[in-house]
Ligand binder design. Structure first.
Ligand SMILES: C[S@@+](CC[C@H](N)C(=O)[O-])C[C@H]1O[C@@H](n2cnc3c(N)ncnc32)[C@H](O)[C@@H]1O
Length: 279
């Protein structure tokens, strides 16, 4: 079978689950990743003959896609500019809003600073900040040992030195270091929202990274703000990624805790998704 015929079958078997645009994008990611044939090469040679092994390999990935597994977990990695992030089911898939948060921080910060990333997951935030604010000292925490293993691997493959530690931010934390900048994208979704969440998220992504136990969906923000009040250096700054619906409450929490120059920022879709505030 040639690649063009396979593409037709691929499209047909996914049309009841995904849009044509999404299927196209999935197809090109797969053939690039597994066959080394990018979109341009495909257009130049759509009649490329697939071996039985090629077909079996693509079929096995198609089966995972039909089961709604995110493509990032299927290929096991994503790229951001010159950075590679390996992923597995223990870490959240990097989101565009989080990269926007990193870009906001990078555009604000010029000096050599000390940074703490709380709930680092794949290491996304700490690795991007260390790469583009390269004089800085970066520390990153997570409660999950398995997430920290992936984050460490990602810092190594990208040749960046970050100090990773297992810390439960909801417990009392001893303050051994002070920071110029603290950043976090903590869990903030209520467990009651699970039925409304896309199955590709609720079935495959780690619930401990997304959902908050108990009734208080602001619990992480409360703890991080309380901790940052003490752990930030004078004039230090806190950046938080937030759910749009909770951002006003988080602004209030920051005010109550005497943070200053509080600023909310919209993501590229015009939703208020991130906030910064100075000590
Ligand atoms: C929304 S994910 C963010 C991951 C990554 N920073 C990103 O933006 O892609 C939240 C992270 O917080 C971690 N986490 C959950 N509970 C925690 C706790 N009590 N203390 C520290 N980290 C925690 C999770 O393991 C997860 O990696």
């Amino acid at each position: 079978m040639n690649l063009k015929s396979y593409k037709k079958l691929f499209l047909k078997s996914l049309l009841n689950q995904y849009s044509k645009r999404e299927i196209d994008s999935l197809f090109y990611i797969l053939i690039d990743f597994y066959l080394g044939i990018n979109r341009i090469k495909y257009i130049q040679n759509p009649m490329y003959l697939l071996s039985i092994n090629n077909i079996n390999l693509l079929d096995s990935k198609l089966k995972l896609i039909k089961n709604r597994m995110p493509i990032q977990y299927i290929t096991g990695r994503v790229l951001h500019k010159k950075l590679t992030f390996y992923l597995n089911e223990n870490v959240l898939i990097p989101r565009a809003e989080t990269i926007e948060l990193c870009n906001w921080i990078i555009s604000d910060q010029k000096n050599k600073i000390t940074i703490l990333d709380i709930g680092t997951g794949s290491g996304l935030i700490s690795i991007i900040l260390k790469k583009y604010l390269d004089n800085s000292n970066v520390e990153a925490w997570d409660i999950s040992i398995k997430a920290l293993e992936i984050a460490k691997k990602n810092s190594l493959v990208n040749n960046l030195k970050i100090n990773f530690n297992k810390v439960d931010v909801l417990k009392k934390i001893e303050i051994n270091n002070k920071y110029d900048l603290i950043v976090s994208n903590p869990p903030y979704v209520d467990k009651s929202e699970i039925p409304n969440i896309d199955v590709s998220v609720s079935k495959f992504e780690p619930h401990s990274a997304i959902f908050v136990d108990g009734d208080d969906n602001l619990v992480f923000y409360k703890k991080i703000i309380e901790f940052s009040k003490v752990a930030l250096n004078e004039l230090g700054v806190l950046y938080l990624e937030c759910h749009t619906d909770r951002i006003k409450s988080i602004k209030n929490l920051l005010k109550i805790n005497n943070f200053k120059k509080i600023m909310i920022k919209e993501d590229l879709n015009g939703r208020e998704r991130m906030i910064k505030a100075y000590k």
